[in-house]
Design a protein around this ligand. Structure first.
Ligand code: 0X9
Ligand code: ZN
Ligand code: ZN
Length: 339
């Protein structure tokens, strides 16, 4: 999204959106589903249920601990040996609730759908999914400030709290004005690369399995974009950028074929959005994962981060169709080989 500007342009009364959202949340029953947004405790107990229901094909993992000491949890889904791997990082920006709602719906589909295409998708890839990476920020968005984006680690020299974790990876860190060195800014890169325990833990976890991962997707909102490397400059593109654009087009076309009329655009992060250094998908690419995207979900700014819960399932269906098409194209282009 276009930080600040589009918020003001499209959302004239953010508080009323926040109020509507929490009203929808209190009316709902306690059971898990995708008609409202859930807090971290609900997501974790749902994850426990899933792991208990599908013990033969799932495995819980812990990426590491957050600054405030919470576990960052993930799920691996594997139906057989020697599958290509797909890693999904979600909710690194804590206000982007649609990302974890989509990730949990997606996990549920992989495990419970009887549709042939989805069974193929589930059973012929190994899935590593982290529904909520920025756990401290996520709790903060539920309890204190709905639009909080950053981590919750205090600064040693400012009263402003938190770092933009998607500027904190050790990849062209702080280059070309792709992040801020001001702790009070929304895109503060942190005092040094990997200063945030969540980001450091993610890099170590992903680093430890990177040889098994062929595709990396970072779920974000909003703007309806697929963003390839790089974020720090538009003057340079990865050597397989053309392939990545084919893969992105396949995703966008698949979304376009659904009846919702949602349009996805694609390009490099710096080219199609803005300069943003130190991002997760650039880091994953640098580590050798050749298909590596930021996916910016709905919408285009009308609701922004406050996407009403009625859009969770449509958005998730778009992600599912998009990912099926994306992996299909990856396979055609030879990216789903074992390393
Ligand atoms: O600014 C970001 O981190 C992402 N947009 S968001 O509105 N969700 O904050 C875009 C990240 C683009 N990817 C890279 N810079 N690698
Ligand atoms: Zn550099
Ligand atoms: Zn984001």
């Amino acid at each position: 999204m276009l930080y600040g500007i589009s918020n003001e342009l499209f959302i004239s009364n953010v508080q009323s959106l926040v109020d509507n959202e929490s009203e929808a949340n209190t009316k709902a029953t306690s059971s898990f589903g995708w008609t409202r947004y859930h807090n971290l405790a609900e997501i974790e107990s749902w994850l426990d249920d899933i792991l208990a229901t599908y013990p033969d094909v799932t495995e819980g993992f812990v990426v590491g601990k957050s600054y405030e000491g919470r576990n960052i949890r993930g799920i691996k889904i594997s139906y057989k040996a020697d599958n290509p791997g797909v890693f999904i990082e979600s909710n690194i920006h804590s206000c982007e609730w649609i990302t974890s709602a989509t990730a949990t719906w997606f996990i549920n589909e992989l495990l419970s759908s009887t549709d042939d295409l989805i069974r193929d998708l589930a059973e012929n890839h190994d899935w590593y999914i982290v529904p909520v990476l920025n756990v401290d920020g996520f709790v903060y968005t539920h309890e204190k400030d709905r639009l909080w984006r950053k981590t919750r680690q205090p600064s040693s020299y400012s009263s402003c709290v938190g770092v933009d974790p998607n500027r904190n990876y050790d990849v062209h860190w702080m280059e070309n004005g792709g992040a801020s060195d001001d702790p009070c800014e929304w895109n503060y890169a942190g005092p040094h690369p990997f200063s945030e325990p969540e980001v450091k833990a993610m890099s170590e976890y992903l680093g430890s399995i990177k040889n098994k991962v062929n595709v990396f997707l970072a779920f974000h909102s909003y703007s309806q974009l697929l963003l390839a490397p790089y974020g720090h400059t538009a003057d340079e593109t990865p050597d397989n950028f053309k392939d990545m654009m084919k893969v992105a087009k396949a995703y966008a076309d698949a979304v376009d074929a659904l009846p919702y009329g949602t349009v996805y655009k694609y390009g490099s992060a710096a080219g199609a959005l803005y300069r943003a250094s130190g991002g997760a998908n650039d880091w994953a690419y640098q580590e050798g994962i050749k298909i590596s995207f930021t996916v910016e979900f709905r919408d285009e700014g009308r609701f922004g981060f406050l996407l009403p819960p009625a859009f969770i399932i449509p958005n998730a269906e778009e992600a599912l169709s998009g990912i099926i098409a994306l992996l299909d194209e990856c396979k055609k282009l030879g990216y789903l080989h074992l390393n």
